[in-house]
Write a protein that binds this ligand. Structure first.
Ligand code: DGL
Length: 286
């Protein structure tokens, strides 16, 4: 992908719902000179339990909307849509499109020191936690393998509804995580745990706590941060002086949701960690 200047660019950020706001949250301080258009397809969430054909249709409709809205660069801030529909989206629009999976896999690669020779058998470099559809696609395994990493993938379907409920620091969520991670660790001892779903970065402290309780020292990797960094690189606008924490420069954003704007405003402000003053309703059909 050729590098383009981010200054004054309009960047579209798409997710099936609210989770992609964790990617927007990471983008705002990194590329403060851009205007962002965020679309959450909340009426059709969750994508993670749907078929490839349905996910591709929904994601393409959403991407076309963002392109028509003037976005010059699209970030598919949804692991499931990236895993199952990235190529469909790229064929459907004229603007550059970046997904979350390659940045996530690259971040795991960067975080890992080279594994000692002769330990390939049974080695797990990356344990990917994701939705059922993402896991079934093996998109993360493929991306990790291409970087010489051994990956195992584990579906955690209960985590999205728990996060949607706002149960971040909650005993039920901690119990569910202990059960999932306990099962996942039976596959082997991972060196990193990659949060392969846009909702999961909100659970990073709880994931770390559960891993430690289970005796794992695995490093937790957040694909939202990794994606924001990849967008920044692609736009040749790496952190400048105005990109420090709390200095958002002239970054502006507008939000669209296909379901209740009130719910998006309330829950979205929580995901974005700043108030969302206005949400526009969008009807993309069924
Ligand atoms: N945004 C989805 C993802 O990152 C999670 C929510 C859903 O299943 O639609 O995989």
């Amino acid at each position: 992908m050729s590098a383009i200047r981010a200054s004054g660019k309009t960047i579209g950020v798409f997710d099936s719902g609210f989770g992609g706001l964790t990617v927007l949250r990471a983008l705002l301080p990194r590329i403060p000179a851009a205007h962002y258009v965020y679309l959450g397809d909340t009426a059709r969430l969750p994508y993670g339990a749907k078929s490839q054909a349905t996910i591709a249709r929904y994601a393409v409709e959403s991407a076309r909307f963002l392109e028509a809205r003037g976005c010059e660069f699209l970030v598919i801030a949804c692991n499931t849509a990236t895993a199952l529909a990235l190529e469909d989206i790229r064929h459907a629009v004229q603007v550059p499109v970046l997904g979350v999976i390659e940045p996530g896999a690259s971040a795991a690669h960067r975080a890992l020191a080279p594994a000692p020779a002769g330990e390939a058998q049974g080695r797990i470099d990356v344990l990917v936690l994701a939705t059922e559809a993402t896991v079934q696609s093996h998109a993360y395994r493929t991306a990790c393998n291409a970087l010489g990493l051994h990956a195992s993938e584990f579906a955690c379907p209960l985590l999205v509804p728990l996060v949607e409920e706002g149960w971040i620091d909650h005993e039920v969520t901690r119990s569910v995580l202990r059960i999932y991670l306990g099962e996942a660790l039976r596959l082997g001892s991972p060196r990193t745990v990659l949060l392969g779903c846009t909702h999961y970065p909100l659970l990073t402290p709880a994931v770390q706590e559960a891993l430690r309780e289970l005796g794992s020292q695995a490093l937790v990797i957040d694909s939202a941060e990794a994606t924001a960094s990849a967008v920044s690189t692609a736009l040749a606008d790496a952190n400048g002086p105005s990109g420090g924490p709390g200095t958002l420069g002239s970054a502006t954003f507008e939000c669209f949701a296909t379901d209740s704007v009130e719910k998006f405003q309330r829950l979205g402000s929580f995901f974005l960690e700043r108030p969302i003053r206005e949400v526009h309703h969008l009807d993309l059909g069924g």
